[in-house]
Design a protein around this ligand. Structure first.
Ligand code: G6P
Ligand code: MG
Length: 222
């Protein structure tokens, strides 16, 4: 029987703590450059593409730098990040994730990843969970990053499901907004200040139960 519903997971900060690795890479680089950066700025980068992240970090300083300089910074950020990702193992899956993915599959629910990251393939390979996913859409597949709904709509298209039959699990304000603009229900993972606009909020992904997701499907199809 074709799948009737799907759960679409964000990657960074939901399946694994790469949000922390992105932070460490930006922090190291900005320290070298003497450009102010901290965890608070980093919070606003969740879900944004690499170039958009750099613009947020530079803020009003952006105009002082050439495009060539920015390209070089983006390259260095990614090299630094990839070095960290290469050290990841399946043990870096966040607690509860593997059980949740397996439980969804056992119920016949489609499972997808929709991420703004262009390194999604590498991270999933390190985590060893690609065989548990029906569909993967990332920043290489869509022109705009979250809060644009495109990455979620492309996942629904590949799952051959209408958006109302998909539920998204997100840790970013931009991701919650993107999913809602796609016409999907969302579980926000993290503090209410960040993901409070979601249909349901959980502090950690380990606290997202399969019943939570099935409940949101029922609401969507009621
Ligand atoms: C995710 C993360 C962002 C990151 C973006 C791009 O959305 O939440 O913090 O900037 O992906 O990642 P990339 O791996 O392409 O630099
Ligand atoms: Mg995220």
């Amino acid at each position: 029987m074709p799948i009737q519903h799907a759960a679409i997971f964000d990657l960074d900060g939901v399946l694994t703590d790469t949000a922390e690795l992105h932070y460490q890479s930006w922090q190291e680089l900005m320290d070298q450059l003497g450009i102010p950066f901290d965890r608070q700025v980093n919070e606003s980068l969740r879900g944004l593409s690499r170039p958009e992240s750099l613009e947020v970090i530079l803020g009003s300083r952006s105009a002082d730098f050439s495009d060539a300089w920015k390209q070089d910074i983006l390259r260095r950020k990614n090299e630094n990040y990839i070095e960290r990702v290469r050290r990841m193992t399946p043990a870096d899956l966040l607690p509860g994730v593997e059980n949740l993915l397996r439980a969804l599959r056992e119920r016949g629910v489609g499972v997808a990843v929709a991420s703004s990251s262009r390194n999604t393939g590498l991270v999933l390979e390190r985590l060893g969970i690609r065989p548990l996913l029906d569909v993967v859409v990332d920043g290489n597949d869509v022109p705009k990053s979250k809060p644009d709904p495109g990455v979620f709509l492309e996942a629904a298209r590949r799952l051959a499901l209408p958006p109302a039959r998909c539920v998204v699990i997100e840790d970013a304000a931009a991701g919650v907004e993107g999913a809602q603009r796609a016409g999907m229900r969302v579980v926000g993972v993290g503090p209410a200040e960040r993901v409070g606009k979601a249909d349901l909020v959980r502090k950690r992904v380990a606290e997202v139960g399969i019943e939570d997701l099935l409940g949101l499907f029922d609401e969507g199809t009621a």
